[in-house]
Design a protein around this ligand. Structure first.
Ligand SMILES: [Zn+2]
Length: 317
């Protein structure tokens, strides 16, 4: 989206006079105020950190946004939690699979314009058994780089390693840092940040192509279809976009606990999606999400954000 020159000049004048937090909020809500620009303006983050449970998640979930930030001059660090040695479809043994996937994610980071990845080498498939170790590493990374935004899998991702990353983050003391949940295997029913990656979709595609080993198990290009649909769903026509759910850091322990309880109730994503869309339309709560734990996660993860979104939209009237 191209902003009028007068608006750019006004923004340059306003920038030093507005506290950083408020400025970021204003920038991220700007698109809701404009009728023909439903995509959220990406705040001018200068330092970002992305947490990838496996090599490939950084690209699938946030690759376009990472590339866009890097292109604008931001430093982006990637923490790769496992080496992805347990991936299905690899013809190699676990150490060789790990070696290859580490090299592949390093190539992907280069193609996205990010810094070389940092590897934690926690066993693939067992991240939830190493939460304390992961939290210590993440604390170190966050302190070392002081990122303004952290990208992490959103709390209702299907893969337990993905959910464990956000659970580990909840152990850290709350920070004045934005936390954006991305969608890798599980689409977010009601995202509150949708970022235009139209100009960076080629970088995302090139980074995806680096993940040769992962591509034996999954059609990684499927996420490009989701990106195109995200653009369609926000009236951005033939573009591409990535969607996120912002997570208030101080509420992370409650959010991740609610997500864990939701997972005990079988397939929460399905009923959360159904429940959210039906309730939003009909103003009723379907029976299957009446159960107290389900209601709690619905409130925490969806409707509160939905209400935020509606408030923002109401401002334009
Ligand atoms: Zn993964």
């Amino acid at each position: 989206m191209r902003l009028p020159r007068s608006l750019v000049r006004a923004a340059a004048w306003i920038r030093p006079q507005v506290p950083q937090q408020l400025l970021r909020l204003l920038l991220s809500t700007e698109s809701f105020l404009s009728k023909d620009a439903p995509l959220v303006v990406l705040p001018a983050f200068e330092r970002a950190l992305a947490i990838a449970p496996h090599p490939d998640d950084e690209t699938i979930g946030a690759g376009g946004t990472i590339a866009r930030l890097a292109r604008a001059g931001a430093e982006v660090w990637i923490v790769v939690v496992t080496d992805g040695e347990a991936t299905i479809g690899s013809p190699h043994d676990a150490p060789e699979t790990a070696r290859r996937r580490r090299a592949e994610v390093a190539t992907a980071c280069r193609r996205l314009g990010a810094q070389p990845p940092r590897f934690l080498s926690i066993p693939d498939g067992q991240v939830s058994d190493h939460l304390d170790q992961l939290a210590t590493h993440l604390q170190h990374e966050v302190s070392a780089h002081a990122p303004q935004v952290v990208f992490t899998p959103w709390p209702l991702e299907r893969h337990p390693d993905h959910r464990a990353c956000t659970t580990a983050l909840a152990q850290l003391p709350p920070r004045d840092t934005e936390l954006w949940g991305y969608e890798a295997h599980t689409p977010i029913p009601l995202p509150d940040r949708v970022i235009d990656i139209g100009a960076d979709v080629a970088a995302k595609q090139a980074a995806l192509a680096a993940h040769v080993t992962a591509a034996r198990a999954f059609n990684l290009d499927a996420c490009l279809g989701l990106a195109r649909w995200r653009a369609l769903s926000t009236d951005a026509g033939y573009g591409a976009a990535e969607a996120f759910l912002t997570l208030p850091w101080e509420e992370l322990p409650r959010l991740t606990a609610a997500a864990a309880r939701a997972w005990q109730l079988n397939s929460p994503v399905t009923w959360l999606s159904l429940g959210a869309s039906r309730s939003a339309r009909a103003g009723t709560i379907p029976e299957q999400i009446q159960e107290p734990a389900a209601r709690e996660s619905r409130d925490l993860l969806l409707f509160r954000r939905w209400a935020d979104l509606r408030n923002l939209r109401a401002m334009q009237r």
